[in-house]
Design a protein around this ligand. Structure first.
Ligand SMILES: Nc1ncnc2c1ncn2[C@@H]1O[C@H](COP(=O)(O)OP(=O)(O)OP(=O)(O)O)[C@@H](O)[C@H]1O
Ligand SMILES: [Mg+2]
Length: 244
């Protein structure tokens, strides 16, 4: 009973002589979490940026909710319901947590025209990621996991139906990782479809309905997390190098 929300077909991206993503195809089913893994430089962020629209593909197509979005600019995709986080987070440091999120509500897939409406929507997003206790703090006062919560809330403020998460656990300790895993699980339970790039294997295992592995821009494995993470080709390409 699966229905795709996202279909990626033959997607490639070349940077000068380098094929960063090579003929990658996959489907994300509605309400599911797809884990996207692979060693550093495998092409994960490049793939995500082509889906969010911040980077143009060299070849291939992207279909979101049945509509070909390959040629749409990023802001139109955001309005259709595609939200993302960035591997390098850039909150406005002097703005409050609330206003950092309200900005997302003003520009996303919403009809929040006034700052008051946007702040109201932002409060709700901050509740969803359990950061509503800190709405008046400046963004630069937040610690590790709260910064990740803020990044998630900013993405939620655009009212996405699909979320693209780029290494939101990076730099967190084990306890903090568990907290963020719980937040992402609750977002899935709220009906969001999620594509999650993650190096933290515990998170990949506990979150993903399905896992896709990239290596040198190519898909080398796809399937359940148990199957994929025990695949010798994946261990060779990825886990072997990151055991430390
Ligand atoms: N704008 C760019 N110009 C030139 N090369 C790029 C550009 N962006 C990425 N690359 C190259 O494309 C390849 C894939 O990079 P990408 O950032 O997608 O990898 P990644 O899987 O996200 O890695 P990481 O786990 O380190 O975040 C790398 O070799 C990278 O150097
Ligand atoms: Mg990356």
């Amino acid at each position: 009973m699966s229905e795709p929300i996202l279909q990626v077909q033959g997607l490639s991206r070349r940077f000068a002589g380098l094929m960063a993503v090579k003929d990658v195809s996959f489907t994300l089913d509605r309400g599911q979490v797809l884990g996207l893994i692979g060693p550093n430089g495998a092409g994960k962020t490049t793939l995500l940026s082509m889906i969010s629209g911040t980077l143009a593909p060299s070849a291939g197509s992207i279909t979101f909710e049945g509509r070909d979005i390959t040629a749409l600019p990023a802001f139109r995709r955001a309005r259709l319901g595609i939200g993302r986080t960035f591997q390098i987070m850039r909150p406005f440091p002097d703005l409050t947590v609330l206003d950092n999120v309200a900005i997302g509500a003003l520009f996303g897939n919403t009809n929040k025209k006034t700052l008051a409406d946007a702040r109201e929507a932002a409060r709700e997003c901050l509740r969803r990621v359990d950061l509503h206790g800190r709405i008046d703090h400046r963004a630069d006062e937040l610690g590790g996991p709260d910064r990740k919560r803020l990044e998630l809330a900013k993405a939620l403020a655009m009212s996405p139906r699909m979320l693209l998460l780029d290494e939101v656990m990076a730099g967190l300790n084990l306890v903090e990782i568990d907290e963020v895993i719980d937040v992402i699980k609750s977002l899935r339970a709220q009906g969001l479809s999620i594509l999650v790039i993650e190096h933290v294997m515990k998170a990949v295992r506990s979150l993903s309905d399905h896992v896709l592995v990239l290596h040198h821009g190519e898909r080398i494995a796809e399937g359940s997390s148990e199957a994929v993470l025990s695949d010798p080709a994946v261990i060779e390409a990825y886990l072997g190098k990151r055991k430390a």
